[in-house]
Design a protein around this ligand. Structure first.
Ligand code: UD1
Ligand code: BG6
Length: 371
């Protein structure tokens, strides 16, 4: 049922304040006079000790689910102190990469049925790792075959391009990081501010959804482009990859997410006055580095669209010559949840304006059950 919306993708983008609320329901503890704020993940609580003791945490997934894990990686590393590595499921299988008994392997999948991810799970089980699932589908193959896990509870997602599952996956993995780090006194203040940020996150997403018309106007400007680059780094490297994936899979426009730190190692050669470039430069520890990336792109007359924190337009675009998308600022590790929303809206409007099928992109399937 699409309700008042024209497409499922549109409905699913707009229902993110509610889906995020459902994802967090019953899992955030407000704390009190003598009790700290904390998270409670029923499916993980008996396994946290083993995860903390593991030698490595390996995230495994495909497509949007991989990107969600990439967005959560920095906070998991920070709060757990355990090295976190990333694997695209098919690539792990192609290489038969090493997985050990001392590893925690985390399988991220909206459907819980993706063939590559499921085969990687079988492989990790054979190698004796603790296998954890993060999935939206109760009773799915990945939920059944992992040792433990967390359901993201985002509600049924119908649009082939994943939107609300992406934001809920990031929130669940941030909660996993909080739960693993729960025994560390030195990070308690940091954890509590992230928990406060989680409580307020649905409101911030509601606020960023007001950019709908602005994103439609931007889509009108970009409708006939051949290509669109997206630069991000740190917490928002994943945002660049995921924003580009949305544009390419639904709007059928070439788009590439680029790690801003790699700019001089190739991508800079593409920059001219024609190619549109989105730069994600919201407030965090990488901000000044992104400011310098913007200056360098600007010096080469790049056509810039800069995403920055509210009120910061003049510090990312002093000359006023770029287009700016201002988003509400949240806790750094939660910022990817807010930042992806305008890019989802942009991909949606580009698709409609270009006349393509929004909910069933050419050649793609919601759940890829063959390798
Ligand atoms: C569970 C109930 C929820 C109830 C809540 C009350 C289910 C599915 N969930 O939620 O309805 O409101 O208790 O306390 O009945 N699991 C995996 N792999 C996965 C995902 C989950 O093994 O990929 C396992 C978990 O380890 C857990 C079980 O499935 O044993 C349920 O997980 P989850 O729904 O996340 O647990 P709760 O949030 O506690
Ligand atoms: C397919 C979908 O390629 O599978 C993507 O079209 C999705 O949207 C990917 O990200 C992985 O799916 P899942 O269900 O494992 O998260």
């Amino acid at each position: 049922n699409k309700g008042n919306y024209e497409h499922y993708m549109q409905k699913e983008i707009h229902e993110q304040p509610e889906s995020l609320t459902t994802t967090m329901r019953g899992r955030l503890i407000r704390g009190g006079s003598c009790k700290a704020k904390s998270v409670l993940l029923g499916g993980l609580k008996d396994h946290l000790k083993t995860i903390r003791r593991s030698r490595r945490i390996v995230f495994i997934g495909c497509g949007t689910s991989y990107n969600a894990a990439l967005a959560a990686r920095p906070i998991l590393e920070e709060l757990s102190g355990v090295p976190v590595t990333m694997e695209i499921a098919s690539d792990l299988l192609d290489r038969q990469g090493p997985i050990y008994r001392e590893d925690t392997a985390v399988f991220v999948s909206q459907s819980g049925e993706t063939a590559d991810t499921l085969h990687a799970l079988e492989y990790a089980l054979e190698n004796g790792a603790l296998c954890v699932g993060i999935t939206n589908t109760v009773g799915s193959a990945i939920a059944r075959n992992t040792h433990c896990g967390v359901h993201i509870n985002a509600g049924c997602e119908i649009g082939v391009a994943s939107t609300k599952a992406y934001t809920s996956q990031i929130v669940v993995m941030a909660m996993v990081a909080l739960a693993i780090g729960d025994d560390t006194i030195s990070s308690q203040a940091r954890r509590e501010s992230i928990i406060d940020g989680l409580f307020d996150l649905p409101n911030k997403v509601r606020e960023v959804l007001k950019l709908d018309q602005e994103m439609k106007d931007l889509a009108k400007l970009l409708i006939a482009e051949q290509s669109l680059l997206m630069f991000g780094r740190g917490y928002n490297y994943a945002t660049a990859l995921e924003g580009a994936l949305k544009v390419k899979e639904v709007a059928l426009m070439h788009s590439e997410g680029i790690l801003a730190g790699e700019m001089k190692h190739g991508p800079l050669a593409l920059v001219d006055e024609n190619l549109p470039i989105v730069v994600i430069a919201t407030q965090d520890a990488c901000f000044s580095k992104q400011q310098s990336v913007i200056q360098q792109l600007h010096a080469r007359k790049g056509r810039l669209i800069v995403m920055c924190s509210k009120g910061k337009a003049s510090s990312v675009c002093p000359s006023g010559s770029c287009r700016v998308i201002e988003v509400p600022q949240v806790e750094d590790c939660l910022q990817p949840v807010v930042n992806i929303v305008p890019l989802q809206l942009l991909a949606y409007h580009l698709t409609v304006l270009r006349g393509y099928n929004v909910d069933q992109p050419r050649n793609l399937a919601k759940s890829v059950t063959t390798e």
